[in-house]
Design a protein around this ligand. Structure first.
Ligand SMILES: Cc1ncc(COP(=O)(O)O)c(C=O)c1O
Length: 366
């Protein structure tokens, strides 16, 4: 147990009661609480459709399948991300093309991405890493010029905005994670958003075994091959009170992040990543760049402060050194992020004193 954890899920008042209500109802699978949860998120994001699924990973796979992406197609994504982002491309049988990120934002390098496009490219999966929003002015130009689809891996970006539009409204399909490291969590789960009715209906059917009218209680026949990516009433009950308070949760994160920015900005040995111009970060993860990251990480953990690497550099892993993956770049920036990025504690109930302790110990070690 750490004195100051990296993250601590915030379960507002009413959560236990809601979970017990579901348990007592006997309706444990996907049902009305799931639908209520989806509605709250739909209103918050302002998108056409929200589908709750078992994880961000299965949601990304669902998105690729909905867009008809499979063998013979290429999908471009970023090197600096959680492996799930590229795994799903291979899972549907398409080829993954991996490009570097920008050093300052850790977001996909838009120029490298454009250079990697071939006649086989069907889609791109940019990642709004740590909650830093993507530049949709740039992405829209590329989408139109090459007639590509954008699936945003928005695992960390619930509440992030670009020029006033929330993540989940600009991509063809976007997918969020509800894993406990995310600030809105159900334990496990994902949320898929789109403004396209046909894709939403297809994904809803596919996640319900291919049913026509996609609910297990009113099955009107199986129209296609499908699977089970349903999100149970129990999980929805865990997340629903958080969803009702999402504006408050976001405001708190942004306050905590701005405390860190005030305390760490301009300090020698610390570089703060850039936020996309015109964007509003959701600060799912607060990260910094430092030299000797591993030494600092080890010492902070020994002191009871839980810190973590940012994320992974895919090209360094055997899984992505195989046929079916094209490594398009030298990944200098991704590697830099992999070696120097440090995620520091940030959670809803964190106090200013705890933030000061994190900063004091960190600066002492630099
Ligand atoms: C960028 C990114 N994509 C995808 C995932 C996978 O999400 P999930 O665990 O909900 O499948 C994660 C998980 O942390 C992530 O950070």
């Amino acid at each position: 147990m750490y004195k100051i954890p990296l993250i601590k899920p915030y379960l507002p008042k009413g959560t236990r009661e809601k979970v017990l209500e579901v348990l007592d109802s006997g309706y444990l699978t996907e049902g009305p609480v799931t639908a209520e949860f989806e509605n709250i998120i739909e209103n918050f994001i302002g998108c056409g459709h929200v589908l709750a699924v078992t994880s961000c990973t299965t949601g990304l796979e669902l998105a690729l399948r909905a867009l008809g992406i499979g063998p013979g197609n290429e999908v471009i994504t970023a090197d600096y991300t959680y492996p799930a982002t590229a795994d799903v491309i291979r899972i549907v049988g398409a080829d993954a093309v991996i490009v570097d990120v920008s050093k300052d934002t850790m977001l996909i390098d838009y120029d490298a991405m454009e250079k990697a496009i071939t006649p086989k490219t069907k889609a791109i999966i940019p990642v709004s890493i740590f909650g830093n929003p993507l530049d949709y002015d740039r992405l829209d130009r590329i989408r139109e010029k090459y007639n590509l689809k954008i699936i945003e891996d928005a695992a960390c970006a619930l509440g992030a905005e670009y020029k006033g539009a929330k993540a989940g409204t600009q991509a063809d399909i976007a997918v969020f994670s509800l894993h406990p490291r995310k600030f809105l969590t159900a334990g496990e789960g994902g949320l898929v958003t789109t403004n396209n009715c046909e894709w939403a209906a297809w994904m809803n059917s596919y996640k319900h075994f291919g049913m026509g009218s996609a609910t297990t209680r009113e099955n009107t026949g199986f129209q296609m091959i499908g699977t089970n990516y349903k999100f149970s009433n129990i999980l929805a009950a865990v997340a629903i009170e958080q969803a009702r308070q999402i504006d408050l949760l976001l405001e708190r994160r942004r306050t905590l992040a701005s405390n860190y920015i005030d305390m760490l900005g301009g300090k020698s040995g610390v570089t703060l990543p850039s936020v996309t111009e015109g964007g509003l970060h959701s600060y799912q993860t607060f990260s910094i760049f430092i030299e000797e990251r591993d030494r600092v990480m080890k010492s902070m953990r020994e002191m009871g402060i839980e810190v973590q690497i940012g994320t992974y550099s895919l090209h360094m892993h055997k899984a992505f050194q195989q046929p079916g993956v094209r490594l398009a770049g030298n990944f200098e920036n991704s590697r830099y992020a992999f070696e120097h990025c440090l995620a520091i504690p940030l959670f809803h109930e964190m106090e200013l004193e705890q933030q000061k302790t994190v900063v004091r110990e960190l600066l002492k070690l630099l």
